[in-house]
Design a protein around this ligand. Structure first.
Ligand SMILES: *[C@@H]1O[C@H](CO)[C@@H](O)[C@H](O)[C@H]1NC(C)=O
Ligand SMILES: *[C@@H]1O[C@H](CO)[C@@H](O)[C@H](O)[C@H]1NC(C)=O
Ligand SMILES: *[C@@H]1O[C@H](CO)[C@@H](O)[C@H](O)[C@H]1NC(C)=O
Ligand SMILES: *[C@@H]1O[C@H](CO)[C@@H](O)[C@H](O)[C@H]1NC(C)=O
Ligand SMILES: *[C@@H]1O[C@H](CO)[C@@H](O)[C@H](O)[C@H]1NC(C)=O
Ligand SMILES: *[C@@H]1O[C@H](CO)[C@@H](O)[C@H](O)[C@H]1NC(C)=O
Length: 362
């Protein structure tokens, strides 16, 4: 007969191996599985050891310890995902003269989210995480800044960063780079309208999709088309296209029901619109068309489109609005594009979300 200790060890193994297997299934195309595996194991074993009762039947013992591990895991995953954007900014006056003030800008996660173990990934962590991956960032200039921040994190050599920056910022152009040290590829695709993104996703359906896809649209439509019902239609087409790209189980939003772990491959992110500071926008046309009211109604179309995971869709929102709002007026010169630390925060949030999603860290 098996003693309690042996039983416990067998159950612990099952609890450890089953979710590890799930992680491998989600991420079989790249190396993410191996990142922070140790953290995951300690959590799974910890959950098992704190299960307070030992039912006599072997099978119910397995079932109860397994499901309690998954429930705890899943609800913590959700609460940690929702805390990711609560960052605290530290703007310190570093240098000033009569005509300009210079601030040193940094951000961090507050102590209140310490149980989620968010971590600002170093170059080597990020390299481990993205080793062998293909990352596509597509959209407007906000997406370009996100791509730039990701490159700044990944490229060891500042000369290659500077030359990448020049290429990346050629107006309205695409950009591709290989990062040979980690066998990763980063593409930026200039795609200012949702229709351009729909075309891109359709092309991925014909060949293979990237491992990580980060997209956005909105500001160009607001300025050039200025019609929120047309924007809504284009988002709907985009959503249909993205949904047919990935088999995923929608999360049950808002009703407190436990959701399925999303089987997302590729990992999908949406870059939200920034805070627009109307008086700082640099043309009369922008000040006239990109009002707070219109921004609000464009945002409502986005939420209604069910593109975002937070509203039952496939893409996890990187909330540039809250990041830029909290960094504030000192972090922008044109009321629309923000200083790099804002986009660096978005990149770190994305990488932490990847870790949480791949069930490796809580
Ligand atoms: C804010 O940043 C400055 C400059 O980097 C640093 O000296 C200071 O300790 C930071 N303050 C907090 C509260 O982190
Ligand atoms: C103030 O500092 C900025 C940036 O360092 C510099 O470009 C500018 O010339 C300085 N102005 C004066 C009056 O020193
Ligand atoms: C946050 O944690 C640090 C280090 O653990 C501590 O020094 C600091 O006082 C804490 N801050 C708050 C606001 O609790
Ligand atoms: C990337 O993965 C390859 C093969 O798995 C490995 O040889 C290499 O050391 C890794 N590089 C980094 C930077 O992790
Ligand atoms: C994006 O879509 C617009 C409108 O459908 C089209 O005119 C434009 O050529 C497209 N741009 C790119 C880069 O595909
Ligand atoms: C706005 O877009 C919708 C859908 O494309 C179209 O039916 C409508 O006529 C447009 N409104 C204006 C004022 O252009």
């Amino acid at each position: 007969m098996l003693g309690t200790v042996q039983l416990g060890m067998v159950a612990a193994l099952v609890v450890v191996l089953v979710p590890m297997g799930m992680a491998g299934w989600h991420l079989s195309r790249n190396k993410m599985l191996f990142f922070s595996g140790a953290l995951f194991i300690s959590l799974a074993v910890g959950v098992h050891l704190s299960t307070p009762f030992f039912p006599s039947s072997l099978s119910s013992f397995f079932v109860s310890s397994l499901s309690s591990a998954v429930v705890v895991f899943d609800s913590r995953r959700h609460s940690c995902l929702s805390l990711l954007h609560d960052v605290v900014w530290n703007l310190t006056l570093s240098d000033s003269n009569s005509s300009s003030l210079h601030y040193h800008k940094s951000w961090s996660w507050p102590n209140s989210s310490s149980s989620c173990n968010f971590q600002t990934l170093s170059r080597s962590d990020a390299s481990d995480l993205l080793n062998g991956s293909w990352i596509v960032v597509a959209g407007d200039s906000q997406a370009r800044f996100v791509a730039l921040s990701l490159l700044r994190l990944l490229l060891a050599d500042s000369n290659s960063f500077d030359s990448a920056k020049v290429d990346l910022f050629k107006r309205h152009s695409d950009y591709q780079t290989l990062i040979p040290e980690i066998g990763a590829r980063l593409d930026f695709v200039w795609a200012p309208y949702a229709d351009n993104l729909t075309d891109l996703v359709a092309a991925f359906r014909r060949r293979s999709p990237p491992d990580v896809l980060v997209i956005n649209s909105g500001l160009w439509h607001m300025l050039r088309v200025t019609n929120e019902s047309d924007y809504a239609l284009s988002l709907k087409k985009l959503r249909d296209s993205v949904v047919s790209l990935v088999p995923y189980s929608p999360e049950l939003a808002g009703d407190g029901t436990r959701s399925q772990a999303p089987a997302l491959q590729p990992h999908l992110f949406w870059i939200g619109m920034p805070t627009l500071i109307n008086s700082m926008l640099n043309t009369e046309e922008k000040r006239e068309k990109m009002t707070d009211e219109r921004r609000g109604s464009y945002d409502r179309q986005l939420w209604k489109s069910k593109l975002l995971r937070q509203s039952g869709g496939p893409l996890l929102m990187l909330d540039i609005e809250s990041l830029s709002w909290n960094c504030g007026v000192r972090c922008t010169e044109d009321g629309m594009h923000y200083d790099l630390p804002v986009y660096e925060a978005a990149v770190q949030i994305m990488l932490n979300a990847l870790l949480i999603d791949s069930h490796q860290k809580l």
